[in-house]
Design a protein around this ligand. Sequence first.
Ligand code: TRP
Length: 333
Amino acid sequence: MRVVSGIQPTGNLHLGNYLGAIRNWVAMQEEGECLYFLADLHAISMPYDPAELTANTREMAAALVACGIDTDRSVLFNQARVPAHSELQWLLNGTARMGWLKRMTQFKDKSGKNQEGASIALFTYPVLQAADVLLYQATHVPVGEDQKQHLELARDIAQKFNNDYASEEAPVFTLPDPIIPPAAARIMSLRDGSAKMSKSDPSDMSRINLTDDADTIMQKVKKAKTDPEPLPSEAAGLVGRAEAQNLVGIYAAMAGESVDAVLARFGGQGFGAFKPALGDLLVAHLDPIGERFRALKDDHAALDAILVKGAQKAALMAAPTLAATYSALGLAR
Ligand code: TRP
């Protein structure tokens, strides 16, 4: 099992990122050989600030290590340090079809009404993503629901390339399977149960940041929006109560329990009892992460060393597939 996944270095990681993606990455280290990277090359597809990108890439690396990505076991790096990603993307541009890319909903969402003004990188973004995973013969790619379409495209590209340029006995690329975490991992704003928890929400009270200390976490939980009703004793009773559903969902995800199991304990109780329990649970998990993060985040030399070492390992692992791709295409190098 070869696990490969990337995350855009946005900075300000929060509970939604942790429960939605990162925790899953940490767990998958038990299952197979993992390569995780900061998708800094993808970040240039939208307007951005170069200095901020450098800072966010380091910060995200610190957060991943703090959350439990073990750099002795897994390969952690930033894309830009491994030129094979860009190279393979160009080679795959010969196989990807305009029609396939035009169907990608993320391009439509991110370019909005101004498709003519969008960067070419935003359009070909999914081809780079395909290169990211095909380069390492990934078998499993943990992603959010929103990235499923890009993974299907990666499979289509791999299949067409194998068909066009390789024999059935010796395919160049492995077709990767997406791994989508359960819907329970959808974490919403603490101020509005119908909006996703987001780093761009103007209210800091809407999210729990991985950098928040114990007091801040507890305070945010206690101030979270709720309704006056006591908790129901089964999941069906949460329908139409978005805020209650979110808080119970967070508890269940963090504790690794089902929503029904949580409600079996807390059903009939009000938020006055539930919120402190949720706060304690979050603090117990997040406080050690925050501590490790704060200790590491300003140590640029240590973070760069981690990423350089990871990139060296990744480049070695990428080399055979890259060579096979050039060769299959009849390109001498
Ligand atoms: N596009 C992904 C996202 O925004 C990040 C990403 C880049 C990725 N390359 C990848 C995810 C390869 C999985 C595999 O979430």
